[in-house]
Ligand binder design. Structure first.
Ligand SMILES: [Zn+2]
Length: 85
């Protein structure tokens, strides 16, 4: 399986994975908690699998996260560049 990623729910730019020079980390906002971490490129954030998670995924760049609540954010589209290319 290849890399995949999402566009940031705030700025709309791709969230780049840690195999790129543009990696900034990732923030995954869920209804009841927030996961932060580096993004390894295969859906895992802070030990949790976003690819397997059932709800709409809402991802942000750390710099774009300012305590927005889950309901304040739009769903993150799949990134056209897969977070890498
Ligand atoms: Zn952003």
């Amino acid at each position: 399986m290849g890399f995949f990623s999402w566009d940031c729910a705030e700025c709309g730019e791709s969230i780049r994975n840690l195999h790129t020079r543009e990696h900034q980390g990732i923030v995954w906002v869920k209804p009841d908690r927030v996961h932060r971490g580096p993004y390894e490129g295969y859906g895992m954030v802070d030990g949790h699998d976003a690819h397997a998670w059932a709800g709409p995924v809402k991802m942000l760049h750390p710099a774009c996260y300012s305590q927005q609540a889950y309901l304040d954010l739009e769903e993150s589209p799949n990134a056209y560049d897969q977070g890498f290319f």
